[in-house]
Design a protein around this ligand. Structure first.
Ligand SMILES: Cc1cc2nc3c(=O)[nH]c(=O)nc-3n(C[C@H](O)[C@H](O)[C@H](O)COP(=O)(O)OP(=O)(O)OC[C@H]3O[C@@H](n4cnc5c(N)ncnc54)[C@H](O)[C@@H]3O)c2cc1C
Length: 480
């Protein structure tokens, strides 16, 4: 059976590899002349930048794909577990979050006076809840059968009803520590959501990084899509690049996928494009906006002539008023005036990612998924805000040190990856309703039309996009 996958992102390619391994003829149609989607690579003027994802979690899930295809993952990519995951600049203090929770708890106690036992008790609660959630919601395609409801009831009792009703930030107020609260609240942004709205049980997101660990692939994140692409080719997947799909129609028991004058026919189609963008291809109406979508971002890829000893691989410079930042993003739909700044510098680990005496700074701020904010004035404004804050917190004036610049904006992300209004992960998870109603992997009208990637179940981020691809491929194999 011939299957078409639209989009060569992580979800699409992982799905294609599993299907091809099982004897299906798989063709991937990709608009760009490269694979990887959001996880692309810029190589210019001696600088290397991963364009989107920078933190690898769940590396064992990626290994699982290669092992399933009878390959040794270590022949394709290698990674290291980070000892220090993220350096946080909160108010006037600095703290390191480590892969070892005991050390993180020590740092919180020594720097911020948070009793170690209180923090470990807090973490242990979320570890328990996370372990149940992983089995029910993440590892498989959602099937609303008896087993699901039995597990869901178990999950409800262990989570506690109050953690469904109150928000993440209101739960975290029990830590009674103005420095640790924003650090724990920040995990809501891993789903592009607000900690002031997402339910408290989403605190379990912290477990993924703080307990399971943060990882760095040798030569950066791009090694991951590169490895999956190689695997796909070895499994016999065909790629057709420079093929932008502009319409999908269902006619006479099969899908007609059009790219300009060229048509592809298929009885089974998998869309790895953003869920909402796919609805446009079907000529369906979409009714959503920044208040329901996950965040978008401005990312500055800066080649900097510097050797910044105060910064590590991952760094966060918090805004003064975190709550106001999210209210500007989700309620007003405007660019926050004092955004939290994320700085990723891979040349700290891979010296070949920047020329001598230079570093490759990936500097990101969250924005609403609203293309109206994407204009020259806002870019200049936000750049000044970032440079000022870096000077205040780290003591360096970047303005004269930037020797290379490239910028990702909500519009450019939308054009290069098809993400609707530039949202990073499709719908946000700002309410229980949004979480429960996350877009499914199967189309509501056509049984043989599937969705994979970071905008559908089980969620955003590379590991979950991969998981969706594997789950959908296995479903198709089981039903064939
Ligand atoms: C700035 C940023 C930072 C991030 N940070 C992290 C992080 O630290 N860790 C993490 O795990 N995740 C992170 N993510 C999220 C992660 O990148 C994504 O969730 C994941 O890569 C999405 O994969 P996907 O399978 O949904 O495909 P996508 O990457 O969305 O790719 C979709 C593909 O479909 C193609 N396409 C779109 N429209 C068409 C069309 N009409 N015709 C043909 N092809 C089309 C696109 O060109 C693209 O190749 C980040 C994302 C961004 C943008």
């Amino acid at each position: 059976m011939k299957i078409h996958v639209i989009g060569a992102g992580i979800g699409g390619m992982s799905c294609a590899a599993v299907l091809a391994k099982n004897g299906f003829e798989v063709v991937v149609l990709e608009q760009n002349d490269y694979f990887g989607g959001k996880a692309n690579r810029i190589s210019e003027e001696g600088f290397e930048f991963d364009t989107g994802p920078s933190l690898l979690t769940y590396p064992d899930w990626f290994d699982e794909l290669f092992i399933y295809c009878d390959k040794n993952p270590r022949d394709y990519y290698k990674f290291q577990r980070l000892n220090l995951i993220t350096r946080y600049f909160v108010n006037n203090k600095v703290v390191d979050v480590m892969s070892d929770i005991e050390k993180t708890a020590d740092n919180f106690e020594n720097k911020f006076g948070l009793n170690k036992k209180v923090f470990l008790r807090y973490i242990n609660k979320w570890i328990k809840i996370y372990n149940i959630s992983e089995k029910i919601f993440l590892l498989k395609e959602l099937k609303f059968n008896l087993l699901f409801f039995k597990n869901a009831i178990k999950w409800l009792f262990s989570t506690g009803f109050s953690n469904i009703l109150q928000s993440m930030s209101s739960y975290n107020r029990r830590l009674e520590n103005k420095y640790v609260e924003p650090i724990m609240n920040r995990f809501a942004t891993y789903t592009g959501s607000s900690p002031y709205k997402t339910p408290a049980f989403m605190n379990q997101l912290a477990i993924v990084e703080m307990i399971n660990g943060g990882y760095y692939p040798e030569d950066g994140i791009h090694s991951i899509p590169k490895a999956i692409y190689k695997l796909c080719l070895e499994m016999g997947v065909q790629f057709v690049f420079n093929t932008k799909i502009d319409e999908i129609k269902y006619e006479r028991q099969s899908f007609n996928i059009s790219s300009g004058a060229k048509n592809y026919k298929s009885t089974v189609v998998i869309s790895n494009i953003d869920y909402y963008h796919t609805q446009f291809l079907f000529n369906r109406k979409v009714n959503t906006s920044y208040s329901k979508l996950s965040t978008s971002a401005f990312v500055f890829y800066w080649g900097v002539r510097i050797n910044s000893d105060k910064l590590k691989l991952h760094n966060i410079l918090f805004s003064k008023n975190y709550e106001n930042e999210f209210s500007q993003i989700f309620e007003e739909g405007v660019l926050p005036d004092d955004p939290t700044i994320y700085i990723n510098i891979t040349s700290k680990i891979n010296s070949q990612h920047a020329p001598k005496d230079c570093e490759n700074w990936f500097v990101m701020v969250n924005t609403p998924a609203n293309l109206e904010i994407d204009n020259r004035d806002n870019i200049e404004k936000i750049k000044k805000v970032i440079i000022k804050k870096i000077e205040e917190k780290i003591g360096v004036d970047l303005s004269k040190l930037i020797i290379y610049e490239n910028i990702l904006t909500p519009k450019s992300l939308s054009v290069s990856t098809g993400s609707y209004l530039g949202s990073l992960y499709g719908d946000n998870q700002n309410s229980l309703n949004a979480i429960v109603n996350r877009k499914k992997n199967t189309d509501s009208t056509y049984n043989n039309f599937y969705y994979v990637g970071g905008t559908v179940h089980p969620g955003g981020g590379m590991p979950l996009a991969l998981r969706s691809g594997i789950n959908v491929a296995k479903k198709i194999i089981n039903e064939a």
